[in-house]
Design a protein around this ligand. Structure first.
Ligand code: LMR
Length: 393
C-alpha cells in the first residue's frame, strides 16, 4: 500500500527552517519562518503566559475532556478580543481549533459542506499553506490581484476589479491585518469599500487573522474584521493565538462563523461535528492560558504591555532598516519597509537575488523575498542592508 505514496511537495517555509538549521556558518541570519524573536534571537514565553501556567499548575484538578467546541469561556474571550465587546453573540458560532491553521482548515471544510460549488478567492500572493490546503481539499480557488510589485503597496483598484467577478456563495479570503507575505494592508476606508463590494456580489468573507496586535495595535488591527462583521450577514473568521500570545506549539486558535441568529445553532453544531470528525476535542492547554490571561485584569494588562513592546520593537526595526537603506543607497526606494506592518515585508527581489542572499551572505528569507522583520536586531540590520544592495536589489 505505502508503495503507492508519492513524495509530497515540501512546504517552502518549513523547508527553509531546516536549511537554516543545517547551515554551519557563524553570523547566519534567519528571516524565514514567521516566528517572533527578540534581540537575542529567542522566541520568549511571554510573562503573562508563564504566570498563567504557574496558576494553572496549582489550580487544575482534571484533564478530562472539554466540549467538542472547546471551552465556551475560551470561545467567548477570543471572540471578544477579535470582534470587540459590541459583537451580537446571537449570530456567533465558534469552536476552538489546533492553531490558526486548524481554523483555516475547518473553515474551508465548512464552506465545502455548505456550498460545494463555492470558489474561494485568494489574494495573490497569499500564505502558501492557504493554497496547499485548498488544493488538498479539492476546493476550487481563484486568485485576486493584491500587491503592486512596483510600489510594494496594495493594488487596491486591481483587487476590487478582480473581486467584482465573485458570485453569490463564493468566499473571499482576506487577511485581517499584517498581510502574509507582503506586509501591505488595507486601510479602514478600503475595508469599507470591500464590504460594499461583498454586499453587492453576495460573496461571503472569510478573514484570517493571525497577527492581531503585531501591526498597529490590538484594536486597530481588528478594525477591518469588525467592520466586515458588522456589515455582512455571513462571515467566517479564523483566529490564531500563536503569535500574539507566543504559544506557537500549543496550537491555539478558533474558527468563528457569524450568521443569521436562526442559523446559529445548526452552524455551531456543524462546527462541533467537524471537530469530531477531524480530531475530536481541540487542544485545551493553550486555550486555557489565553482565557485566564484575557479574563484576569492583571494578567491581561501585563500581556498587552509585553505585546506592545514586541510590536514597537518590530516597528523600530522596520524604521532602522529603511533608514539604513536610504543612507547606503541614497534613495527612498526602500521606504515601503517602514510603511508595511506586522512581521513580514515582501522585498521585491528576484529568486536569484534571494538565493544569493542565502549562499553569499547567510541570510535566509522565503523565495518570494518575504522577510521576517522580527528576525533582525540592531546589529544585523546594517548587515542585511549592505547585503541587499550587494546583490543588486
Ligand atoms: C509563516 O507564514 O511563516 C507562519 O505562518 C508559520 C507557518 O506555519 O507557515
Amino acid at each position: 500500500m505505502f508503495g503507492n505514496l508519492k513524495p509530497q511537495p515540501a512546504d517552502r517555509i518549513l523547508q527553509l527552517m531546516g536549511q537554516f538549521k543545517a547551515d554551519p556558518r557563524d553570523g547566519k541570519i534567519d528571516l524565514g519562518v514567521g516566528v517572533y524573536k527578540d534581540a537575542t534571537g529567542l522566541t520568549p514565553v511571554m510573562r503573562a503566559v508563564r504566570a498563567a501556567e504557574k496558576q494553572l499548575w496549582d489550580s487544575e484538578t482534571t484533564k478530562t475532556y472539554t466540549g467538542l467546541a472547546g471551552d465556551p469561556e475560551f470561545n467567548a474571550a477570543l471572540a471578544a478580543l477579535v470582534l470587540g465587546d459590541s459583537l451580537a453573540t446571537d449570530r456567533l458560532a465558534s469552536v476552538a481549533t489546533p492553531g490558526g491553521t486548524g481554523a483555516v482548515r475547518q473553515g474551508f471544510e465548512l464552506i465545502r459542506m455548505a456550498s460545494p460549488e463555492a470558489r474561494i478567492w485568494v489574494s495573490d500572493p497569499t500564505w502558501p499553506n492557504h493554497l496547499s490546503i485548498l488544493k488538498y481539499l479539492g476546493v476550487p480557488m481563484e486568485p485576486y490581484r493584491y500587491f503592486d510589485g512596483d510600489t510594494r503597496s496594495v493594488a487596491f483598484d486591481a483587487m476590487m476589479t478582480g473581486l467584482t467577478a465573485a458570485k453569490p456563495g463564493d468566499v473571499v479570503l482576506l487577511h485581517g491585518c499584517c498581510h502574509n507575505p507582503t506586509g501591505a494592508n488595507l486601510t479602514l476606508p478600503e475595508w469599507a469599500e470591500v464590504a460594499d463590494l461583498l454586499e453587492k456580489t453576495g460573496a461571503v468573507p472569510m478573514v484570517d487573522i493571525a497577527y492581531q496586535g503585531f501591526g498597529d495595535g490590538l484594536d486597530a488591527d481588528a478594525a477591518g474584521v469588525r467592520l466586515i462583521a458588522s456589515r455582512l450577514p455571513e462571515v467566517l473568521i479564523a483566529a490564531s493565538c500563536s503569535k500574539n500570545f507566543g504559544i506557537y506549539r500549543e496550537r491555539t486558535g478558533a474558527l468563528m462563523a457569524l450568521s443569521d441568529p436562526a442559523k446559529r445553532e445548526v452552524t455551531q453544531g456543524t462546527l462541533a461535528f467537524l471537530n469530531r470528525q477531524n480530531y475530536s476535542f481541540p487542544p485545551d492547554h493553550g486555550a486555557r492560558l489565553v482565557t485566564m490571561i484575557l479574563n484576569d485584569p492583571t494578567l491581561r494588562a501585563d500581556w498587552q504591555a509585553e505585546l506592545e513592546e514586541v510590536r514597537l520593537g518590530m516597528l523600530a526595526l522596520r524604521e532602522m532598516l529603511a533608514r539604513e537603506l536610504r543612507t547606503l543607497s541614497g534613495s527612498d526606494r526602500f521606504g515601503f519597509l517602514a510603511q508595511h506592518r506586522g512581521m513580514f515585508s515582501r522585498l521585491g527581489a528576484s529568486p536569484d537575488q534571494v538565493e544569493r542572499l542565502k549562499t553569499e551572505h547567510g541570510i535566509y528569507m522565503v523565495g518570494d523575498s518575504r522577510l521576517n522583520i522580527a528576525g533582525l536586531n540592531a546589529t544585523t540590520v546594517p548587515v542585511l542592508a549592505r547585503a541587499i544592495l550587494a546583490v543588486g536589489i
